[in-house]
Design a protein around this ligand. Structure first.
Ligand SMILES: *Cc1c(COP(=O)(O)O)cnc(C)c1O
Length: 377
């Protein structure tokens, strides 16, 4: 029997840059008195992000959710249907709904939890305006097939890349795909600005529209062409982003080593399915470490295992994503979760393991030993 660890192991823990690194950027605000409205720090941050993410344009926002909403507004996508998945955070569907787009749920793939590109076409109607795939856990969607379908039916593609900061596929920045991509810089994400987000695009005509969309739709001091809200990122948040950008590669490397240790510990356990982390054409960001506790094989279910991990071992995990959106009260009336059986099934079996930059090898081993003990008990 393992002894209950004294200090709880949390599901995650935000990482902060050295105070001096943050102050180095924030200091200038006292001189410039430029606090918001695309000041020098936001400009510098946006440019460095474009470089880091290997994209043509980056516009930063107050958070990821409003960034996604503004991407739709800037592209003029509203009133109709959007093909997306129910296996994501509620933000994705809410942004669609709030722009008059009914989310039409496509099922996902067991392999990586992203949209099943082979099931999209059957869901297209004359009302379909856009496909909104999610790079779940930072695993890239099959973008070529998705683009092919979009081109064939003249649809837009907007990616929810909230999980995918820094991910590359075939040497391309993941934010360069489709018409636009949304990143979240929330405190719980791989890269953060406390709260924040961005839209990236290769479309030269989109940048100004995105900037207008985060400023009430105002295109200049005297006119607005679309009706929008305030979603600007402040200079203080940009300072945090600039300081974090200096260490993000190191952070991703720490996460990689943690995940490698998890895999080493948990591979070849009957009833635990791990995801693939070894695709040659993908540069991962190691944002999350989800495992699938296979119902068919195990005599204990996911919720029981999570409960015992918390109460007996002081280890905190998360059902991410559970439930799927079509089982949430606000979408239940209009959607049927049985139409996406794989999403539903995965959501009943998935468990997110603790993962944070400062996690120690002995903490990782303790988590894995606890799981093994529960499964064998
Ligand atoms: C975090 C997240 C969002 C929302 O981002 P915020 O910055 O918190 O507004 C949207 N979609 C997914 C998949 C997310 O994980």
């Amino acid at each position: 029997m393992l002894k209950k660890i004294e200090t709880p192991i949390p599901i995650m823990k935000p990482y902060l840059p050295p105070k001096e690194a943050f102050m180095k950027y924030a200091d200038s605000i006292w001189e410039t008195r430029h606090l918001t409205h695309g000041g020098p720090l936001v400009k510098k941050f946006s440019n460095l992000l474009s470089e880091y993410l290997k994209v043509a344009h980056t516009v930063v926002f107050a958070n990821g959710h409003l960034a996604l909403d503004c991407a739709l507004k800037a592209l003029g996508i509203k009133d109709g249907e959007a093909i997306t998945t129910p296996y994501t955070y509620i933000s994705t569907s809410n942004a669609l709904s709030m722009n008059g787009l009914k989310p039409v749920y496509c099922d996902i793939k067991e392999e990586d939890c992203s949209i099943d590109e082979n099931k999209i076409e059957a869901l297209i109607t004359e009302k379909t305006k856009v496909i909104v795939p999610v790079h779940v856990y930072g695993f890239p969607c099959k973008y070529k097939k998705i683009q092919e379908i979009a081109d064939k039916y003249n649809l837009k593609v907007v990616y929810d890349a909230a999980h995918a900061f820094g991910v590359e596929v075939e040497g391309r920045g993941i934010g360069s795909l489709g018409n636009a991509s949304m990143f979240s810089f929330h405190a719980t994400k791989v890269f953060h600005t406390v709260e924040g987000g961005a839209v990236t695009t290769e479309d030269d005509s989109l940048e100004e529209k995105l900037i207008a969309a985060k400023n009430f739709g105002m295109i200049n001091a005297d006119d607005a062409t679309t009706i929008s809200f305030n979603a600007k990122m402040t200079e203080i948040h940009a300072a945090m982003g600039l300081a974090n950008l200096e260490i993000v590669d190191w952070e991703i490397l720490q996460r990689k080593q943690i995940i490698e240790r998890y895999i080493e510990n948990l591979k070849n356990i009957n009833g635990i399915r791990l995801f693939h982390w070894d695709k040659k054409d993908v540069k991962y960001n190691y944002s999350y470490f989800p495992i699938i506790l296979e119902e068919k094989v195990l005599d204990k279910n996911r919720d029981f295992i999570a409960e015992i991990l918390a109460t007996k071992y002081n280890i905190f995990t998360r059902r991410y994503f559970y439930p799927i959106l079509s089982d949430m009260s606000c979408y239940k009336k209009t959607h049927n979760s049985n139409q996406t059986p794989i999403a539903k099934h995965i959501s009943d079996q998935v468990l997110m393991m603790p993962l944070f930059v400062e996690m120690t090898p002995s903490q990782i081993d303790y988590v894995c030993d606890a799981i093994k003990e529960i499964l064998n008990g």
